[in-house]
Design a protein around this ligand. Structure first.
Ligand code: TRP
Length: 374
């Protein structure tokens, strides 16, 4: 069952939500629509097969993070964001709650005559947009109304975001867009005669290598005009900022006591079993988290506990694949880079954004930086 129930109709064209007025409490007027690149939400088994073959025959072995997000994985990820150890989500939300007014006022300051008009909010990887509501409500307070354009690979997440926002924040028009900004050029449907505030939060930028992060921001910048803004959320590196944040705090966020992040990581193997008929025994692997000071990143791995051989049956991509693991060998599944104010500024500058102002929580765990497209 999709999360909106009767309020939304999924049309055959793809990500087009038609929200019927009388289904929404308060009778909010809605116009919605969206662009629908075909079938991004569910990767075909063929792309899973290609990814598995490429990653598991490489040295060292890797699997791409997008494999995490099947139905079970997406659910586990939502759980991660609520874990006591996973401070990122609630800390960023706290920064928004404490500073929304100032963030929006700064973002609304025009730099030069163009582009004119009200702010439009565009969010990359919006998901269910639970944190964004704080900023949207403040934007409505400041400018009367706002158009919000969430972009995500998950149609169901966008449907949930749309419903939450339309139900709870009058004055917002939602235009959702199903797209994968990491794999295609970002097809931003930029509104004319408005200024854009792009949101890229949750430290999602940290899941790219430095080169990849620069490319994502350059792609975004290419869709913006000088004077448009970007609000970037970044998790901070430990041992800086007067030593508030320790490596232990950081490691626990990715290796929680309840084992949710471990389950999230191991679910990749379960997915390969399901989608490709592989025979991974998840009991023979463990979730392993490493802090790499030299790369300033958290690494997530799946470590083989024994010497073993796993088979992926023949498929459209190639013949049967036998994958050998030595005891202690790992599959590298994810990186989460951690920043300092200086590395955030340098990254922004490399994509032609100039950092304007930055906010941190009182413990200096996380930073939210406003930048202007130059
Ligand atoms: N970008 C967030 C982070 O790096 C969320 C995230 C992405 C994440 N992939 C993850 C969290 C894997 C835990 C595990 O923390």
């Amino acid at each position: 069952m999709h999360p909106i129930g009767a309020a939304v109709e999924f049309l055959p064209e793809g990500c087009i939500f038609r929200l019927t007025q009388n289904c929404i409490p308060g009778g909010i007027r809605v116009s919605t629509f969206a662009v629908a690149p075909e079938g991004i939400a569910n990767r075909t088994n063929e792309s899973v097969a290609r990814e598995a073959r490429g990653g598991l025959t490489a040295t060292p072995k890797t699997l791409s993070p997008w494999l995490f997000y099947d139905q079970v994985g997406s659910h586990l990820f939502e759980e991660i964001t609520e874990l006591p150890e996973y401070y990122l989500t609630r800390t960023e939300r706290g920064i928004f709650a404490a500073h929304a007014e100032e963030i929006l006022r700064e973002a609304a300051i025009a730099h030069g005559p163009h582009p004119p008009g009200k702010l439009t909010l565009i969010e990359l990887g919006a998901g269910t947009a639970t944190k964004t509501g704080i900023l949207l409500a403040e934007a409505v307070r400041q400018q009367g109304d706002i158009v919000y354009q969430p972009v995500d690979v998950s149609e169901t997440a966008l449907a949930e975001a749309t419903e939450n926002i339309l139900t709870n924040i009058p004055g917002v028009t939602v235009r959702c867009q199903v797209a994968d900004y990491t794999r295609e050029g970002l097809p931003l449907d930029r509104l004319r005669n408005t200024r854009t505030l792009a949101l890229y939060i949750g430290s999602s930028i940290g899941n790219f290598t430095p080169a990849g992060a620069k490319e994502v921001l350059r792609n975004l910048r290419a869709q913006l005009l000088p004077g448009d803004k970007l609000l970037l959320g970044t998790d901070l590196a430990p041992n800086g900022n007067g030593g508030h944040k320790t490596e232990a705090i950081l490691l626990a966020a990715y290796d929680d006591a309840a084992g949710t992040t471990a389950a999230f990581n191991l679910n990749v193997l379960t997915r390969l079993n399901r989608d490709l008929g592989a025979n991974f025994d998840t009991e023979n692997f463990r979730h392993k988290v490493i802090w790499s000071p030299s790369e300033s990143r958290i690494e997530m791995h799946l470590e083989s506990l024994v010497a073993q051989r796993v088979t992926i049956p023949a498929n459209g991509i190639g013949g049967a694949l036998k994958v050998r693991f030595a005891a202690g060998e790992t599959i590298h599944t994810e990186n989460s880079y951690k920043f300092t104010p200086a590395t955030v500024e340098a990254l922004l500058a490399s994509a032609d954004f100039s950092a304007t102002k930055s906010w941190q929580d009182p413990r200096h765990l996380f930073a939210v930086t406003l930048a202007t497209a130059v």
